[in-house]
Design a binder for this molecule. Structure first.
Ligand SMILES: [Ca+2]
Ligand SMILES: [Ca+2]
Length: 207
């Protein structure tokens, strides 16, 4: 029920009489998860991930792993209001802790099958990865540790994938693209790409 309430932010409008009317399509971005329900019941492998209030992009809560000793992967393939697929543009905000590498996953089939938008602030690098294999990388993106970055994936029906990264001012910092047809849809998640350091994610949407 809480998810249903949150979804009304974008999925329901009020008529002049004040009656809620569901918008089936064209109603703007759909929130996949903003973590405002303060639980991870829709996710597998929560491990060291928790909802928390200390490092948040939007609202009161975000999900974070503040320093697990391994590459834990939190993911969801059912239970959230929507999941991105080819033809969609998926956006999520990612944050590192002291050298952590957030891997914003999409197309998740399970714990060992997924794509990710990978952010490596200490080497000014972004990558599109399939599992732990780099499909494409750009190492000339000006990034710094301890910031929120918006990761936007334009996932086309021909399998092309464009990853654009923005700062909190809305300035585009760089992009990288590739084409791969292994997965056409799937779940979302967040992988801790560098064990010993953590990462956070918030405000995941289909734009
Ligand atoms: Ca939030
Ligand atoms: Ca939840």
């Amino acid at each position: 029920m809480v998810n249903g309430v949150r979804q009304t932010t974008s999925g329901v409008v009020l008529t002049s009489s004040g009656v809620a009317q569901t918008v089936v399509s064209g109603g703007g971005p759909t929130i996949v998860d903003d973590y405002e329900d303060n639980d991870l019941s829709e996710y597998s492998n929560p491990g060291a991930y928790t909802t928390q209030t200390g490092t948040v992009y939007e609202g009161t809560y975000a999900v974070a792993n503040t320093g697990s000793s391994n590459n834990q992967f939190l993911y969801s393939t059912s239970g959230l209001p929507a999941y991105p697929q080819q033809g969609d543009t998926y956006s999520a905000w990612a944050h590192d802790y002291d050298g952590g590498i957030p891997e914003v996953a999409y197309g998740v089939q399970g714990s060992s099958s997924y794509y990710s938008m990978t952010v490596i602030p200490d080497s000014d690098e972004i990558r599109i990865r399939k599992e732990t294999t780099d499909l494409a990388s750009n190492s000339s993106v000006s990034l710094s540790q301890g910031n929120w970055y918006e990761c936007v994936m334009t996932w086309a029906t021909d399998g092309s994938m464009l990853f654009e990264i923005y700062d909190t001012s809305g300035t585009k910092l760089g992009d990288v693209s590739t084409t791969d047809g292994s997965y056409t849809d799937g779940g979302i998640g967040l992988r801790n790409g560098r064990g010993g350091n953590g990462c956070a994610m918030d405000y995941a949407r289909i734009l």
